[in-house]
Design a protein around this ligand. Structure first.
Ligand code: TRP
Length: 373
């Protein structure tokens, strides 16, 4: 029997996607897509949400829609298998958000941890745009419009999922079973949950300049890996090193697979220290013991990242050659998305008793009532 799962997730187009997005969600999405265990799968570019805190910068959002679309295609998301669309082109989502606004209180939004942190980060103080403040409601519309059951996201999005579920429960309790409660699907390993920036700061972020982008060239990649934060106490190769909080090891935890050891051993031939490791545990133990230099582990990490990013970069180049085809793919995706969201919206309107013209029963009942006055 085919699965009833409906998978949905999206990204704000405020920059190109980076390897934090990749291990946090993109890699998983491609696996889910290819496993095929779902009824439908939607991946979308949340441009309307991006505008909530970029209202004066529409060109930035517009330019990044295509960047994100190219990133999607280059990691292997396949419009033949799933629906890829742009949020603003599905006006049904806006209408749903408007109705959901009545189901959420201002104080509940103020308590949303993600919104709280983001407000602090943006120095909005007293001038928070209403649209930004209420974006968890619009995100609930994104999720419920497609009756999503499964939302692959990073940990930072959990409060959004919780808010969406609350809206669903409230809606269903007032208007009857209509909407579906979605579950978050988190990365399975801690390093993937929240990949730090190359400077060791908690999060990769464009404004901090600590990202490795999926579209970085090999040279950019090597320069960024070379400059990565490691263990400040590991001054000489012979010193014992720390792996906790050491970005190189956190990235290895996220990207390294057992076969990488055999595959990249040759890259180290002719180096002073031989690279005789068979597992990440052995590599970590040697680093902690002393005698393993930062350059060596960085070179190994570079090889692994290049192994993943090289094919992504190549595919991107191919799609970059035919931008009109990418927009055509998105246009079709938007049409499919409108159809799906429209069906839910019809059910919502009916449940909320805001259908009139096609409600024969209503018109008949009222005709009789007024005629008998
Ligand atoms: N808030 C998400 C982000 O910042 C993007 C997003 C918008 C989203 N709507 C969504 C993610 C619905 C999952 C489901 O990346």
């Amino acid at each position: 029997m085919a699965s009833d799962k409906i998978i949905l997730t999206g990204d704000r187009p405020t920059g190109r996607l980076h390897i934090g997005h990749y291990v946090g969600s993109l890699r998983r999405r491609v696996e889910l897509q290819n496993e095929g265990d779902y009824k439908k799968m939607f991946v979308f570019i949340a441009d309307a949400q991006a505008l909530t805190d970029n209202i004066e910068n529409p060109e930035k959002v517009r330019q990044n829609v295509i960047e994100v679309a190219l990133d999607y295609l280059s990691v292997g998301l396949d419009p033949e298998k799933i629906t890829i669309f742009i949020q603003s082109q599905v006006p049904e989502l806006t209408e749903l958000s408007f109705y959901y606004m009545d189901l959420v209180t201002v104080s509940r939004l103020q308590r949303n941890p993600t919104v709280k942190t983001e407000i602090a980060m943006r120095n909005f103080e007293a001038s928070i745009p209403v649209g930004f403040f209420t974006y968890p409601i619009s995100q609930a519309a994104d999720i419920t419009a497609f009756k999503a059951t499964t939302v692959p996201v990073g940990e930072d999005q959990l409060p959004m999922l919780e808010q969406a579920r609350e809206i669903v429960r409230k809606f269903n309790s007032i208007y009857g079973e209509t909407l579906v409660e979605a579950e978050a699907l988190l990365p399975s390993n801690a390093a993937c949950m929240r990949l730090p920036g190359t400077d060791g700061k908690a999060k990769m972020s464009k404004s901090l300049g600590n990202c490795i982008y999926l579209s970085d060239s090999s040279e950019e990649l090597w320069n960024k890996v070379k400059g990565m934060h490691t263990d400040p106490l590991h001054l000489q190769v012979s010193d014992p090193g720390h792996i906790e909080g050491n970005c190189v090891f956190i990235y290895l935890d996220a990207f390294c697979r057992p076969e990488h050891f055999a595959k990249f051993r040759d890259a180290f031939i002719g180096k002073k220290v031989s690279f005789e490791f068979n597992s990440l545990d052995e590599l970590k133990a040697k680093y902690q013991e002393g005698g393993l230099g930062d350059m060596m582990i960085k070179k190994f990490l570079y090889e692994i990242l290049e192994d993943t990013l090289g094919p992504i970069r190549e595919r991107r180049k191919k799609y970059e050659q035919d931008i009109p085809a990418v927009y055509e793919m998105l246009r079709k995706g938007c049409e499919e998305a409108r159809k799906a969201a429209g069906e839910t919206l019809d059910e919502v309107r009916r449940a909320m008793k805001i259908t009139y013209f096609d409600d024969e029963e209503l018109i008949k009942e009222q005709s009789e009532r007024f005629a008998s006055k």
